[in-house]
Design a protein. Structure first.
Length: 242
């Protein structure tokens, strides 16, 4: 085993050990609870645009994009556009690919900032509900012919909405790629930590579990969960295996 392979093996074993490290798991739980309540994820930007993500998830998405080198990333939920810019910048470094963002309300001030950004050339946006039939058709038409596709779901976080998004967009994920469902952490947080339409029992994680009951094309990549520890997407990194 050469030094590179040795390093990779050591890392793999270390990550696997985290699952059984009780002190580390308890620290993870406490930080996730406290940081989400404190809106920690709202503190970060990428290339000038607020991204509203945990740095750990950003690094993980970078690793996946770099390894998969997708022709297209589909993302539901745009907000300030930080994730669009982030993904586009990795694609720019790779030298190929584009990102299609969907949001029910692309606010004009955000659209202006996204469209004038240096990474805008790799970004296309569609305004409308991600689960509306006409929007789903537009996305499917746009994805047609793309060899390698990743999907990121990060809009309305209710169970029913995310389940419909999964049904619509997860099948567009190419084999070996990922459909990442964000904010599955809601199921693991104290109920009512945010006054929204979702909470314990009604959130992206419950939608993931429901979707996987009748779909064996995907598996939850638990290694990513053990690796990150701090994440808003536990059980949300879905790898397409067939």
């Amino acid at each position: 085993m050469n030094e590179i392979e040795k390093f990779k093996q050591e890392r793999k074993e270390r990550i696997a050990s985290f699952e059984h490290n009780k002190e580390l798991q308890e620290s993870k739980k406490q930080f996730n609870n406290q940081s989400n309540t404190a809106l920690y994820s709202y503190n970060f930007s990428w290339m000038g645009r607020p991204i509203i993500q945990y740095p750990q998830d950003m690094v993980m998405m970078q690793e996946l994009i770099w390894d998969i080198k997708p022709d297209l990333i589909i993302e539901t939920g745009i907000a300030h556009g930080g994730s669009l810019i982030f993904y586009a910048s990795i694609l720019e470094l790779i030298g190929k690919g584009e990102i299609l963002g969907i949001d029910i309300d692309i606010r004009e001030h955000n659209r202006v900032e996204i469209e004038k950004h240096p990474m805008a050339k790799r970004i296309k946006m569609i305004q409308g509900s991600a689960v509306a039939p006409e929007i789903v058709k537009q996305v499917k038409d746009y994805a047609a012919g793309k060899k390698t596709v990743m999907v990121s779901l990060d809009s309305n976080h209710t169970h029913d909405h995310v389940l419909e998004e999964l049904k619509a967009y997860a099948p567009l994920t190419s084999v070996g790629s990922y459909c990442v469902v964000f904010d599955t952490i809601v199921e693991d947080l104290p109920d009512g930590y945010m006054k929204r339409n979702w909470g314990v029992g009604n959130n992206p994680k419950t939608a993931v579990f429901e979707y996987l009951k009748s779909n064996n094309d995907f598996v939850i990549d638990k290694q990513i969960d053990h690796k990150l520890l701090i994440s808003v997407a536990p059980d949300g990194y879905l790898k397409r295996i067939k």
